[in-house]
Design a protein around this ligand. Structure first.
Ligand SMILES: *[C@@H]1O[C@H](CO)[C@@H](O)[C@H](O)[C@H]1NC(C)=O
Ligand SMILES: *[C@@H]1O[C@H](CO)[C@@H](O)[C@H](O)[C@H]1NC(C)=O
Ligand SMILES: *[C@@H]1O[C@H](CO)[C@@H](O)[C@H](O)[C@H]1NC(C)=O
Ligand SMILES: *[C@@H]1O[C@H](CO)[C@@H](O)[C@H](O)[C@H]1NC(C)=O
Ligand SMILES: *[C@@H]1O[C@H](CO)[C@@H](O)[C@H](O)[C@H]1NC(C)=O
Length: 538
């Protein structure tokens, strides 16, 4: 290895260590006992770099011991008078990921415990029979189940990790498709089922919910493509795409996609099960992906007629989708404009075709709008800012009053995933538009409320600078979740109390784990893209 190569490796390692969240302080208090000093630097950091990050510097002649950091975080300022902060666990040391490997494995174990309940293939929304206002969550929700089974696959190290559970889930879906519906509607748009029996929930509920079929089809197509790639497609032809309308209505994937192609304009409840519309961004953006993906899948199954039907419907949805950008932010629906469902949709409906890409201006503007909303809505965000905890917690939508309206782990996880994906995108693309740099400067400031390394839009036009800032911002968001869940062993609740940060509503919400695990996966991709971008630099 020549000198150039090895010095590049040193540069990369030093830069990776720099993938940390900088914290902002007003008047610094650097008088800390040595035992309380938390490392804020990296090997070889200079006094200027250290203090530039708002940290405390010990001059060389005053250094006493090797293991006491000489670039360290100042003492946290006086805690905000009210409301009181939760017991504050230390943030992880500089440069380490928001959750270490062991912690990710622990969260994945909690997540998997909620999947394939009693071998039924069903997914419990939360193993919680008394969540307060929501009552019992011990049901399979079509949407949560499809999203969770998708997350299970894309965050796995190998398909062995999910083969059994996905096989059971396929049978679960096929059996639900065959049920007679007790509510005089199409069973494919039923929201909720009993566990483990799979019976349609008999009580009154917000019906129909038309995001289930497209999300299920996406999850099942991902699995079918894995089976086909492994050369073991027998399950695909038996249950997922049978090639015959008399065998499982053509298969679980076709039955769901047929519904979406014919009914995408239908009236529906939103994903939070509260309001109705014919035009929710979440529903249409994820349906758009299901049908474009479905057109390709049908073509691969030699079903040209279905492929044409799906493509035509996908194009019809596509023609309406950018109307949701009102110039300031992407709105969920006319009756629910500012809604973090859009942030989750940017992840779940993403295709690489230029429409609402993670690093794009409309995405950045939407993050700015929602970060301002949720910052102002929750005392918890303001207290965390004051205590130097990076990031932000998102809730659901403007004016949410369910359980008094609080931050949600799952929407916050969606935000982190989106920031890491934006990071990977700009690093891979290697270019940033001037308008994107301006939009992201505002979005990053409103999301992290800490001193950014880059201060100007001009600096953010360097893709490596913006890519790193976006990854740091994702780290900040996850660190804020970490800060409030460490004391409960990284169990992920549905909500966090908007004043105290305490866990609230459903306990161990499966969808919360799904978005946090996906964010950590997206972080790996962002770091790989960052390394590649540095190596490409001549
Ligand atoms: C600085 O922080 C230390 C440790 O938290 C505390 O004991 C000390 O009183 C603080 N000094 C000032 C001036 O705030
Ligand atoms: C093929 O797939 C089926 C169903 O998914 C599974 O039961 C079987 O073990 C697989 N066979 C091989 C050789 O992987
Ligand atoms: C589709 O047709 C091609 C060409 O005739 C064939 O090789 C392939 O096996 C067919 N695929 C399926 C899923 O039937
Ligand atoms: C989707 O819509 C966009 C914007 O309206 C358009 O540019 C694009 O060509 C459309 N894509 C397809 C495949 O129709
Ligand atoms: C909060 O966490 C505690 C400790 O893990 C748990 O016992 C409790 O059930 C949780 N409460 C809620 C409302 O999630």
């Amino acid at each position: 290895m020549n000198m150039t190569a090895s010095s590049r490796i040193v540069l990369v390692l030093a830069s990776l260590v720099l993938l940390l969240v900088t914290r902002a302080y007003g008047d610094q208090n650097c008088s800390l006992p040595d035992s309380s000093k938390q490392d804020c630097g990296f090997v070889g950091i200079t006094q200027q770099q250290c203090q530039g990050k708002g940290c405390c510097w010990t001059p060389e002649e005053k250094r006493v011991a090797q293991d006491v950091p000489w670039c360290y975080y100042p003492a946290a300022g006086p805690s905000p008078p009210s409301p009181p902060s939760p017991p504050s666990p230390p943030l992880p040391p500089s440069g380490s990921p928001p959750f270490n490997d062991q912690e990710v494995a622990q969260m994945r174990a909690f997540f998997k415990a909620n999947i394939d309940i009693q071998g039924s293939g069903g997914v419990v929304a939360a193993p919680d029979y008394n969540t307060g206002p929501g009552g019992s969550y011990y049901y399979h929700w079509a949407r949560d189940g499809a999203l969770s089974m998708h997350a299970l696959q894309i965050t796995a190290d190998s398909s062995d990790d999910y083969m059994a559970q996905m096989n059971h889930y396929v049978r679960w879906v096929v059996a639900r498709h065959a049920e007679a519906d007790p509510h005089n509607m199409d069973v494919r748009v039923e929201p909720k089922y009993e566990l483990p029996s799979g019976d349609v929930f008999a009580g009154s509920w917000c019906r129909p919910q038309n995001d289930g079929p497209g999300l299920r089809a996406l999850t099942l197509m991902y699995f079918a493509n894995t089976l086909i790639a492994k050369g073991n497609a027998s399950l695909v032809s038996q249950l997922l795409w049978t090639g015959s309308s008399s065998a499982y209505q053509g298969g679980a994937i076709k039955f769901d996609l047929d519904w979406v192609a014919a009914n995408w304009q239908s009236n529906t409840c939103d994903l939070w099960e509260e309001v109705q519309s014919q035009d929710f961004f979440w529903n249409h953006y994820t349906m758009r992906k299901a049908l474009f993906t479905g057109a390709n899948f049908a073509a691969a199954m030699n079903d040209t007629a279905s492929a044409a039907t799906y493509l035509a419907a996908a194009q019809a949805i596509n023609a309406t989708i950018t109307q949701h950008d009102n110039g300031q932010f992407v709105y969920e629906s006319q009756n629910r404009p500012k809604d973090a469902a859009v942030i989750c949709a940017f992840n779940n409906g993403l295709m690489n075709d230029g429409i609402f890409q993670p690093a794009s201006t409309p995405v950045a503007n939407t993050i700015s709008t929602l970060s301002s909303l949720f910052h102002d809505s929750y005392n918890l965000n303001q207290a965390d800012d004051a205590a130097g905890v990076p990031g932000i917690l998102y809730g659901r939508y403007e004016g949410d009053s369910y359980d008094n309206g609080n931050p949600w782990v799952l929407t916050t996880g969606c935000l982190a995933e989106l920031l890491y994906r934006a990071s990977a995108q700009v690093l891979t693309r290697g270019a940033v538009l001037a308008e994107e740099a301006v939009a992201w400067l505002g979005a990053l400031q409103s999301t992290n409320r800490v001193q950014l390394e880059a201060q100007t839009a001009e600096e953010l036009q360097d893709p490596r600078v913006l890519g790193r800032a976006l990854a740091q911002s994702g780290d900040g968001v996850l660190l804020r979740i970490r800060y409030h869940t460490q004391s409960i062993g990284f169990h992920m609740p549905e909500q966090l109390d908007k004043n105290t940060g305490a866990n609230l509503s459903a306990y161990d919400l499966t969808w919360s784990y799904a978005t946090v695990l996906k964010a950590m996966k997206a972080r790996e991709d962002a770091i790989a893209a960052y390394r590649a971008a540095l190596f490409l630099d001549a």
